[in-house]
Design a protein around this ligand. Sequence first.
Ligand code: NDP
Ligand code: GDR
Length: 357
Amino acid sequence: MVSKTGKTALITGATGQDGAYLSELLLEKGYVVHGVKRRSSSFNTGRVEHLYQDPHEKDPRFILHYGDMTDSTNLIRIVQETQPDEIYNLAAQSHVQVSFETPEYTANADAIGTLRLLEAIRLLKLTEKTRFYQASTSELYGKVQEIPQSEKTPFYPRSPYAAAKLYGYWIVVNYREAYGMHASNGILFNHESPLRGETFVTRKITRAVAAIHHGKQDRLYLGNLDAKRDWGHAREYVRGMWLILQQDQADDYVLATGETHTVRSFVEKAFSHVDIAIEWQGEGVEEKGIDKKTGRVLVAIDPRYFRPTEVDLLIGDPAKAKAKLGWTHETDLDGLVAEMVAEDLKVMAHAPVMHNA
Ligand code: NDP
Ligand code: GDR
């Protein structure tokens, strides 16, 4: 298997939102791309379906391998067989709220999983050859210490997910310093797209708006409407990941838009695309989002979606990425919401009736 660039990449989490965009980008650049996919009883390769190549073809350039971040020997074997020039470690139990329910599994996959991959590189004597990207996160900042958050802002994780990712961050720094590995952290702020998982708040909102528009859902239930996030477009963020690994020196970078918005504002923007103006009435768990024209309650609060500890405010400072990588975001929140709603309107036109959630 020889690629046009001569480069081979291994992506864990290739079937996720970022994995799909990154696979696409690297294939365009002429890489041979190996992806790790989990065994699942249901179909989990929908996001990379268009990249699929018949394994019987000669020299396929996109190859999926069964694997799991909790299985060391599996990871060692995949790294050995693929001999990658670049590893992008995107696999994770990535849902913050779910991490409160499955803290041990989250630590195993997200923290120790990162260690397993780094150790695979070391054991296989690939420290000189293989560059390593770690999917670190703005969740590391957690409780607000300073804004905007930069590479120098202290961390204060607020969930089992963030605590696991904190280990991932530091073990990457340690392997860089201890063994001279080209291992870097991208500290990425929230990034979304039409491929975003359906239970993250942005996609949950855009799907519900589309379903309500098509008469397939009555109401959207949400948790904390006041949380503020720095939301960008996933396609642009995976380009940043690639740029990070093209640098001579490994280093850690924030990728963000530098703007922040509330969940409430995301809801209003999304409904505006189907010509609905939302008016908010009530307070706390009694708060409701009402269609100004019809008086229908379209948004209500379900306390189940409140987190035991919340991250109230994220706003990133991407100055270092701009200066050193030449990376900036292009899509603003309005553009992102417009694209996500437009895609979900297409999806929902043919969907069955949805449960309110
Ligand atoms: P997704 O949840 O969409 O994708 C996660 C991927 O990891 C999926 O392919 C999933 O497989 C896979 N995975 C989960 N657990 C395991 C495991 N035990 N072994 C192997 N694979 C596993 O996440 P995103 O694409 O949004 O994010 C990519 C990475 O970036 C994650 O590490 C996330 O924590 C991090 N991150 C994301 C941000 C964002 O805003 N999107 C911001 C900052 C960091 P399956 O498809 O079978 O579920
Ligand atoms: P986040 O994303 O926790 O920032 O983690 P998510 O979209 O889940 O939550 C964002 C904010 O919205 C509030 N919220 C709700 N969230 C969800 N999921 N469902 C709801 O109904 C709801 N109502 C309000 C949340 O409380 C939160 O404040 C994402 C993941 O991709 C991580 O893997 C990644 O590391 C970070 O982004 C950066």
